[in-house]
Design a protein around this ligand. Structure first.
Ligand code: ATP
Length: 242
Protein backbone atom coordinates (compact mmCIF):
# COMPACT_ATOMS: atom_id res chain seq x y z
CA UNK A 1 0.00 0.00 0.00
CA UNK A 2 0.98 3.57 -0.68
CA UNK A 3 2.27 5.47 2.34
CA UNK A 4 0.71 8.93 2.45
CA UNK A 5 1.88 10.05 5.88
CA UNK A 6 5.07 8.79 7.49
CA UNK A 7 6.02 10.00 10.97
CA UNK A 8 9.26 9.02 12.73
CA UNK A 9 10.41 10.08 16.19
CA UNK A 10 8.44 13.30 15.90
CA UNK A 11 8.55 15.68 18.86
CA UNK A 12 6.95 19.08 19.22
CA UNK A 13 7.50 21.93 21.66
CA UNK A 14 5.37 25.00 22.30
CA UNK A 15 7.06 28.22 23.46
CA UNK A 16 10.64 29.39 23.74
CA UNK A 17 13.33 29.56 26.42
CA UNK A 18 12.11 28.86 29.94
CA UNK A 19 8.51 28.67 28.66
CA UNK A 20 9.39 25.87 26.21
CA UNK A 21 7.15 22.87 26.82
CA UNK A 22 7.27 19.52 25.05
CA UNK A 23 3.80 18.30 24.03
CA UNK A 24 4.60 15.49 21.56
CA UNK A 25 7.18 12.79 22.33
CA UNK A 26 8.76 10.53 19.69
CA UNK A 27 5.64 9.86 17.65
CA UNK A 28 5.88 7.04 15.10
CA UNK A 29 2.99 6.42 12.73
CA UNK A 30 2.39 5.44 9.11
CA UNK A 31 -0.88 6.16 7.33
CA UNK A 32 -1.72 4.61 3.97
CA UNK A 33 -3.69 5.82 0.97
CA UNK A 34 -7.45 5.64 1.44
CA UNK A 35 -7.30 4.88 5.18
CA UNK A 36 -9.61 6.51 7.70
CA UNK A 37 -7.61 6.89 10.91
CA UNK A 38 -9.16 8.22 14.10
CA UNK A 39 -7.03 9.81 16.84
CA UNK A 40 -8.51 9.50 20.32
CA UNK A 41 -7.24 10.31 23.79
CA UNK A 42 -7.87 12.54 26.78
CA UNK A 43 -8.01 16.30 26.59
CA UNK A 44 -4.52 17.78 26.33
CA UNK A 45 -2.91 14.56 25.07
CA UNK A 46 -1.69 16.26 21.88
CA UNK A 47 -4.21 15.12 19.25
CA UNK A 48 -4.90 18.53 17.75
CA UNK A 49 -1.21 19.42 17.82
CA UNK A 50 -0.39 16.28 15.83
CA UNK A 51 -3.23 16.97 13.39
CA UNK A 52 -2.05 20.54 12.77
CA UNK A 53 1.51 19.33 12.14
CA UNK A 54 0.31 16.78 9.58
CA UNK A 55 -1.85 19.51 8.04
CA UNK A 56 1.11 21.86 7.62
CA UNK A 57 -0.50 24.45 9.89
CA UNK A 58 2.68 24.55 11.98
CA UNK A 59 6.09 23.00 11.65
CA UNK A 60 7.66 20.48 14.05
CA UNK A 61 11.16 20.98 15.38
CA UNK A 62 12.49 17.44 15.70
CA UNK A 63 12.13 14.06 14.00
CA UNK A 64 10.61 13.44 10.60
CA UNK A 65 7.11 14.05 9.24
CA UNK A 66 6.64 13.19 5.59
CA UNK A 67 3.33 13.98 3.93
CA UNK A 68 2.97 12.97 0.29
CA UNK A 69 6.74 12.50 0.25
CA UNK A 70 7.43 16.06 1.41
CA UNK A 71 9.37 16.59 4.65
CA UNK A 72 7.41 18.98 6.84
CA UNK A 73 9.64 18.92 9.90
CA UNK A 74 11.47 22.27 10.01
CA UNK A 75 9.70 23.28 6.78
CA UNK A 76 9.59 26.94 5.74
CA UNK A 77 6.33 28.89 5.66
CA UNK A 78 6.30 28.62 1.87
CA UNK A 79 6.78 24.85 1.95
CA UNK A 80 3.89 24.57 4.42
CA UNK A 81 1.64 26.65 2.14
CA UNK A 82 2.50 24.33 -0.77
CA UNK A 83 1.75 21.25 1.35
CA UNK A 84 -1.63 22.64 2.41
CA UNK A 85 -2.85 22.66 -1.20
CA UNK A 86 -3.33 18.89 -1.03
CA UNK A 87 -5.41 18.99 2.15
CA UNK A 88 -9.01 19.57 3.07
CA UNK A 89 -9.81 20.73 6.63
CA UNK A 90 -12.97 20.20 8.67
CA UNK A 91 -13.17 21.67 12.16
CA UNK A 92 -15.57 21.43 15.09
CA UNK A 93 -16.81 24.93 14.51
CA UNK A 94 -17.61 24.82 10.82
CA UNK A 95 -15.65 28.07 10.25
CA UNK A 96 -17.92 29.19 7.43
CA UNK A 97 -17.86 32.85 6.51
CA UNK A 98 -21.14 34.31 7.75
CA UNK A 99 -21.28 36.93 5.00
CA UNK A 100 -20.93 34.36 2.20
CA UNK A 101 -23.55 31.93 0.89
CA UNK A 102 -23.08 28.16 1.00
CA UNK A 103 -21.94 28.24 -2.63
CA UNK A 104 -19.47 31.08 -2.06
CA UNK A 105 -18.09 29.29 0.99
CA UNK A 106 -17.51 26.11 -1.00
CA UNK A 107 -15.82 28.05 -3.80
CA UNK A 108 -13.32 29.26 -1.21
CA UNK A 109 -12.10 25.68 -1.03
CA UNK A 110 -10.76 26.18 -4.55
CA UNK A 111 -9.19 29.56 -3.85
CA UNK A 112 -5.60 28.29 -3.61
CA UNK A 113 -5.96 26.43 -6.90
CA UNK A 114 -5.45 29.28 -9.32
CA UNK A 115 -5.32 27.05 -12.38
CA UNK A 116 -9.08 26.44 -12.02
CA UNK A 117 -11.23 28.89 -13.99
CA UNK A 118 -14.34 30.67 -12.61
CA UNK A 119 -16.78 28.52 -14.58
CA UNK A 120 -15.14 25.31 -13.39
CA UNK A 121 -15.17 26.56 -9.81
CA UNK A 122 -18.87 27.27 -10.06
CA UNK A 123 -19.67 23.85 -11.59
CA UNK A 124 -17.60 21.84 -9.13
CA UNK A 125 -18.95 23.77 -6.13
CA UNK A 126 -22.57 23.28 -7.18
CA UNK A 127 -21.94 19.57 -7.80
CA UNK A 128 -20.25 19.18 -4.44
CA UNK A 129 -23.16 20.84 -2.61
CA UNK A 130 -25.55 18.55 -4.48
CA UNK A 131 -23.49 15.56 -3.33
CA UNK A 132 -23.87 16.59 0.31
CA UNK A 133 -27.61 17.03 -0.19
CA UNK A 134 -27.66 20.82 -0.24
CA UNK A 135 -28.38 21.45 -3.91
CA UNK A 136 -31.47 23.38 -2.82
CA UNK A 137 -29.54 25.57 -0.34
CA UNK A 138 -26.85 27.04 -2.62
CA UNK A 139 -27.68 30.65 -1.87
CA UNK A 140 -28.45 30.29 1.83
CA UNK A 141 -26.21 32.03 4.37
CA UNK A 142 -24.79 30.02 7.31
CA UNK A 143 -27.31 31.67 9.70
CA UNK A 144 -30.13 30.16 7.65
CA UNK A 145 -28.79 26.60 7.92
CA UNK A 146 -28.96 24.04 10.75
CA UNK A 147 -25.80 22.84 12.52
CA UNK A 148 -25.71 19.64 10.47
CA UNK A 149 -26.25 21.55 7.22
CA UNK A 150 -23.44 23.98 8.07
CA UNK A 151 -21.12 21.07 8.73
CA UNK A 152 -22.13 19.55 5.39
CA UNK A 153 -21.18 22.83 3.69
CA UNK A 154 -17.84 22.61 5.51
CA UNK A 155 -17.38 19.07 4.19
CA UNK A 156 -18.21 20.22 0.66
CA UNK A 157 -15.66 23.04 1.02
CA UNK A 158 -13.02 20.60 2.29
CA UNK A 159 -13.59 18.07 -0.49
CA UNK A 160 -14.35 20.27 -3.51
CA UNK A 161 -10.69 20.45 -4.52
CA UNK A 162 -10.47 16.64 -4.36
CA UNK A 163 -7.74 16.71 -1.71
CA UNK A 164 -5.47 13.71 -1.17
CA UNK A 165 -5.84 14.13 2.61
CA UNK A 166 -8.72 15.33 4.80
CA UNK A 167 -7.94 16.48 8.35
CA UNK A 168 -10.91 16.70 10.66
CA UNK A 169 -10.89 17.98 14.24
CA UNK A 170 -13.98 16.99 16.24
CA UNK A 171 -16.28 17.35 13.21
CA UNK A 172 -19.32 16.10 15.13
CA UNK A 173 -18.77 17.85 18.46
CA UNK A 174 -21.44 20.49 17.97
CA UNK A 175 -24.00 18.14 16.39
CA UNK A 176 -26.78 15.97 17.76
CA UNK A 177 -26.35 12.24 17.45
CA UNK A 178 -28.22 11.78 14.15
CA UNK A 179 -26.59 14.79 12.44
CA UNK A 180 -23.19 13.61 13.67
CA UNK A 181 -23.77 10.17 12.21
CA UNK A 182 -24.97 11.65 8.89
CA UNK A 183 -21.92 13.90 8.69
CA UNK A 184 -19.37 11.11 9.26
CA UNK A 185 -21.20 8.72 6.93
CA UNK A 186 -21.01 11.40 4.28
CA UNK A 187 -17.31 11.99 4.93
CA UNK A 188 -16.67 8.27 4.68
CA UNK A 189 -18.64 7.89 1.45
CA UNK A 190 -17.07 10.87 -0.28
CA UNK A 191 -13.58 9.97 0.90
CA UNK A 192 -13.91 6.44 -0.45
CA UNK A 193 -15.28 7.78 -3.76
CA UNK A 194 -12.41 10.26 -4.07
CA UNK A 195 -9.83 7.79 -2.65
CA UNK A 196 -8.62 10.28 -0.09
CA UNK A 197 -7.07 9.59 3.32
CA UNK A 198 -8.79 10.89 6.45
CA UNK A 199 -7.13 11.67 9.77
CA UNK A 200 -9.77 12.61 12.33
CA UNK A 201 -9.58 13.66 15.97
CA UNK A 202 -12.68 12.79 17.95
CA UNK A 203 -13.97 12.16 21.46
CA UNK A 204 -17.21 10.92 19.97
CA UNK A 205 -17.33 7.16 20.62
CA UNK A 206 -20.49 6.86 18.53
CA UNK A 207 -18.55 7.37 15.30
CA UNK A 208 -15.47 5.22 15.93
CA UNK A 209 -16.85 2.48 13.69
CA UNK A 210 -16.10 4.47 10.54
CA UNK A 211 -12.36 4.13 11.23
CA UNK A 212 -10.15 1.62 9.50
CA UNK A 213 -7.78 2.18 12.40
CA UNK A 214 -7.89 3.89 15.78
CA UNK A 215 -4.79 5.44 17.30
CA UNK A 216 -4.85 6.41 20.96
CA UNK A 217 -2.75 9.20 22.47
CA UNK A 218 -1.86 9.90 26.07
CA UNK A 219 0.44 12.59 27.47
CA UNK A 220 1.84 13.42 24.03
CA UNK A 221 2.64 9.82 23.15
CA UNK A 222 0.97 7.16 21.03
CA UNK A 223 0.11 4.26 23.31
CA UNK A 224 0.37 0.56 22.50
CA UNK A 225 -2.37 -1.43 20.84
CA UNK A 226 -3.39 -3.27 24.02
CA UNK A 227 -4.08 0.00 25.73
CA UNK A 228 -6.18 1.17 22.80
CA UNK A 229 -8.45 -1.80 23.07
CA UNK A 230 -8.89 -1.18 26.77
CA UNK A 231 -9.49 2.50 26.19
CA UNK A 232 -12.01 2.49 23.36
CA UNK A 233 -14.59 -0.02 22.18
CA UNK A 234 -13.80 -0.86 18.56
CA UNK A 235 -15.84 -2.56 15.90
CA UNK A 236 -12.89 -3.04 13.56
CA UNK A 237 -9.35 -4.23 14.14
CA UNK A 238 -6.71 -1.61 14.82
CA UNK A 239 -2.96 -1.44 14.91
CA UNK A 240 -0.37 1.22 15.39
CA UNK A 241 2.15 1.92 12.72
CA UNK A 242 5.20 1.29 14.89
N1 ATP B 1 -0.74 27.45 21.40
C1 ATP B 1 -0.31 26.74 22.46
N2 ATP B 1 0.65 27.23 23.28
C2 ATP B 1 1.09 26.51 24.32
N3 ATP B 1 0.63 25.28 24.66
C3 ATP B 1 -0.34 24.77 23.90
C4 ATP B 1 -0.86 25.46 22.75
N4 ATP B 1 -1.81 24.68 22.20
C5 ATP B 1 -1.88 23.56 22.93
N5 ATP B 1 -1.00 23.60 23.96
C6 ATP B 1 -0.76 22.55 24.96
O1 ATP B 1 -0.33 21.38 24.27
C7 ATP B 1 -0.88 20.23 24.88
C8 ATP B 1 -1.63 19.41 23.81
O2 ATP B 1 -2.76 20.17 23.38
P1 ATP B 1 -3.72 19.65 22.21
O3 ATP B 1 -4.70 20.75 21.94
O4 ATP B 1 -2.90 19.15 21.10
O5 ATP B 1 -4.43 18.43 22.93
P2 ATP B 1 -5.75 17.64 22.51
O6 ATP B 1 -5.47 16.22 22.82
O7 ATP B 1 -6.12 17.98 21.13
O8 ATP B 1 -6.80 18.21 23.53
P3 ATP B 1 -8.40 18.44 23.36
O9 ATP B 1 -8.99 17.08 23.22
O10 ATP B 1 -8.78 19.12 24.64
O11 ATP B 1 -8.58 19.31 22.16
C9 ATP B 1 -1.76 20.70 26.02
O12 ATP B 1 -1.01 20.61 27.20
C10 ATP B 1 -2.03 22.14 25.68
O13 ATP B 1 -2.21 22.89 26.84
Amino acid sequence: MNKIISIHNLSYYFGQGTLRKQVLFNINLEIYAGEIVILTGPSGSGKTTLLTLVGGLRSAQSGSLQVLERELCNASVEQLVQARRHNGYIFQAHNLHGSLTALQNVKMGLELHNHIGQQQMQTWSVQMLEQVGLGNRLHYYPDQLSGGQKQRVAIARALVSRPRIVLADEPTASLDSQSGRDVVNLMQKLAKEQACTILMVTHDHRILDIADRIVHMEDGKLVQEGSIQQAVPMKKSSHLGF
